[in-house]
Design a protein. Structure first.
Length: 218
């Protein structure tokens, strides 16, 4: 199955089979995708809470109560569930940490002078959002959604079903995991696993706007 076929096959899974578990090897591949996903000037403004146990899923379901209770069964029956978080602030110490990691990983080994040049370029972009546009958190969330797109695509290619959800009480998740104290804000929950035969959404035809509506060839 090629990527186009995988994207045609995937859908927003509403019912997961609780008996089907993602293998450890496949899970590691998905986590590798999350770690290696692209972000603007490599800022990597994300963190992921990974739940594979009933206890972990129950903690995530602290955010699936009241008007969000409809999402609780999806969390409970999925093989694995992610709480996707974005950084709230990005300070100079974090930028230095990124630079140090890049140096450690050999990014500047062949051209040491490029280290400060790259640091200056990244700082320029970050400072644009910090001090001029004043939209740093929104900009970082955009980078996290790039990561979510990478994950959903790769999961589909691996025949793993997924459901990204924003219908959660994020304040409750913040309190459950102490996220604000870690400079993190939850922005989505993603259930991963395998579709159940009872899922009404599995066999519905995919609906997308016509190609002539969404593509302009020049």
């Amino acid at each position: 199955m090629n990527i186009a076929q995988a994207m045609q096959h995937r859908y927003a899974t509403k019912v997961f089979s609780a008996d089907k578990i993602i293998s450890q090897d496949d899970l590691q591949q998905l986590l590798s995708v999350l770690r290696n996903a692209p972000s603007s000037v490599n800022v990597q403004p994300w963190h992921f809470i990974v739940a594979s146990t009933a206890t972990g899923k129950q903690r995530i379901n602290s955010g699936a109560t009241g008007s969000y209770a409809y999402n609780a069964p999806k969390v409970s029956s999925a093989s694995h569930v992610l709480v996707v978080c974005s950084k709230i602030h990005m300070d100079d110490a974090y930028l230095q940490r990124l630079l140090d990691q890049e140096e450690q990983d050999g990014r500047f080994a062949s051209n040491p002078d490029f280290k400060e040049t790259y640091h200056g370029v990244r700082s320029t972009f970050v400072n644009l959002h910090r001090y001029e546009l004043k939209d740093t958190q929104h900009w970082m969330e955009k980078q996290v959604y790039l990561n979510i797109g990478s994950l959903l695509t790769c999961a589909a290619a691996m025949s793993i079903d997924a459901l990204p959800m924003e219908g959660f009480d994020f304040a409750a998740l913040d309190a459950e995991f102490g996220l604000r104290e870690q400079n993190l804000a939850p922005i989505a929950v993603i259930a991963l696993g395998y579709r159940d035969d009872s899922d009404f959404n599995a066999n519905l035809p995919k609906s997308r706007l016509p190609v002539e509506t969404i593509f302009t060839h020049i």
